[in-house]
Design a protein around this ligand. Sequence first.
Ligand SMILES: C[S@@+](CC[C@H](N)C(=O)[O-])C[C@H]1O[C@@H](n2cnc3c(N)ncnc32)[C@H](O)[C@@H]1O
Length: 318
Amino acid sequence: MIQTNNIIDSFAKDIALGLSDNPKYLSSKYFYNTEGDKLFQKIMAMPEYYLTNAEDEILSKQSNLIRKSFGNQPIDIIELGAGDGSKTKHLLNNLIEHKVEVRYIPSDISPNILEELKSNLSKEIPSLEVIPLTGDYFKSLVELPDCKDRKRVMLYLGANIGNLERKEASNFLRQLQQFLKKGDQIMIGFDLKKNPQTILDAYNDAQGFTAAFNLNLLKRINEELGGNFDTDAFTHWERYNPETGSARSYLVSKRKQSVTIEALETTFTFEPWETIRMELSQKYSQSDIEQLSTSAGYKVVQHFFDSKKYFVDSLWEY
Ligand SMILES: C[S@@+](CC[C@H](N)C(=O)[O-])C[C@H]1O[C@@H](n2cnc3c(N)ncnc32)[C@H](O)[C@@H]1O
C-alpha cells in the first residue's frame, strides 16, 4: 500500500528525517509490522538471544516474590511494548491464582501482536480482564481506563528501555509519571553488562534472523511508502562497546546507490559502505540502574536477577 503525499504520517516523516541526516539513521520502533513481529519471535527463540530465557526464568521462578512486592490491593498491570506477552503470562497466572483483583492493559505499536496476545490470553487465562491499547507509548497511555482505588503497576520488559539513549531513558521514565500516582510502581527489564562476546553473539546470530529483522524495515518502506530499496545491496553489522554498554546495529550500503521513496518524492543517495544506524540495545550495570532510578525520580524497591545475573527486572516505586 503506497501512502499518498498529503497523508504523510509520522512513519513517513521519521523515515525522511532519518535518511536525510548525516550519518543516516532509522528508528527501531518501526521494525514491528506483521513480518517484523514474526522475525522478533524467531529471535526470542534463538539460543544466542539469552535475554528471553533469563527474563522468563525471573518471571516464572520469582513470580510469588514479585506479586508480594506489588501489595494486595486491586491492581492495573499496564505493559508498555507488551509484544506477545509470553513471559508476562507467568506473572499474570500467579496473580489470578492468588485471587488478586487484576486488569491487564497491554500496549503496543503493533496492532497485529496485540491481537495475537489478546487471543492467546482469552484461551490461556480466560478469567483475566484484558484491555489492549494500540499505538505509540504516550499516545496509547492517554486512553488508560480510570484507576480510582486501584494501584497502577507498569511493566516495561524485554530490555525495551535499551532502545533509548541513557538520557532519553531518564526523560521517558519521568514522563510516565503523568500516568502514575505516589505509591504506584514500575518494573523495568534491563539487560546487564556481561562478557562482550556473549552480547555480540546475541545480535550476530548464525541463522541471520537479526539481519533479516533489520532489513525488514527497508522492505516495509518499499511496501508502505513506495520505496525501491534493494535489500541485497545492504549488509547487517553489529558492534558492542563494553565501555559505554551500547550494542548497535547498522545496515551498510555495499555500493554507491540511489533509493527513491515515492511517498516522500525524494531520492536518497548512498556512498559505498555508507551506514544507516538502526537499533540501540543499551546494557546497564546495577549502579547505572540505580542512578537512572534516582535521576528519573523513583525509588528502587527490589532487583529480581536471573541465576546467571545476565538480566534484571528492577521494581521501582514512584
Ligand atoms: C523488543 S520487543 C519486546 C516485547 C516484550 N516486551 C517482550 O519482552 O517480549 C519490543 C516491543 O515493543 C513494541 N514497541 C516498540 N516501540 C514502541 C513504541 N514506541 N510504542 C509502543 N510499542 C513499541 C514493539 O512493537 C515490540 O512488540
